[in-house]
Design a protein around this ligand. Structure first.
Ligand code: FES
Ligand code: FES
Length: 173
């Protein structure tokens, strides 16, 4: 098939440049992360945008605001082809036990906010994206950031208690 160099899909995953010569329009970011890149931290929970197990952060230059914007995205619904010139951050990109855990990872674990663990990467990435935009959120901001994340195990309380420590006053009134 004839293809010009301008047809390459170029984007970044955890800081690494990816040039995809044969991007398939029907492929989602979640499938690409897990099957092509072997990054299995991002999970498939529903494939319809409801559970947040596939949450990653996307960063890109916003031409009108003239700045980089960061936002949480459902990788199960994001077409790979929509990511040209974007930077994707997955749970593996912010920290690990092999190197150093990010405070968002450490606090959910130590606060007993992870039981089966399957929802944890998505919750971590929703919290991480919130902190990138708002380093001192209120409890209301934190609760709002998890509107699209479901957890079947914890009852949510320990997750919110662990992340309360990121608020300005530690969540105290
Ligand atoms: S897998 Fe459930 S929101 Fe993407
Ligand atoms: S810890 Fe099991 S779904 Fe959240």
């Amino acid at each position: 098939k004839l293809q010009s160099p301008g047809d390459d899909l170029v984007f970044f995953v955890n800081g690494k440049k990816i040039t995809e010569k044969n991007a398939e329009p029907e492929k989602t970011l979640l499938t690409y992360l897990r099957r092509n890149l072997g990054l299995t931290g991002t999970k498939l929970g529903c494939a319809e945008g409801g559970c947040g197990a596939c949450t990653v952060m996307v960063s890109k230059y916003h031409p009108y605001q003239n700045r980089i914007i960061h936002y949480a995205v459902n990788a199960c619904l994001a077409p790979l082809c929509s990511l040209h010139h974007c930077a994707v951050t997955t749970v593996e990109g912010i920290g690990s036990v092999a190197s150093k855990l990010h405070p968002v990872q450490e606090r959910i674990a130590k606060a007993h906010g992870s039981q089966c663990g399957f929802c944890t990467p998505g919750i971590v990435m929703s919290m991480y994206a919130l902190l990138r935009n708002n380093p001192q959120p209120s409890m209301h901001d934190i609760q709002e950031a998890f509107q699209g994340n479901l957890c079947r195990c914890t009852g949510y309380r320990p997750i919110l208690e662990g992340y309360r420590t990121f608020t300005k006053d530690g969540g105290c009134c």
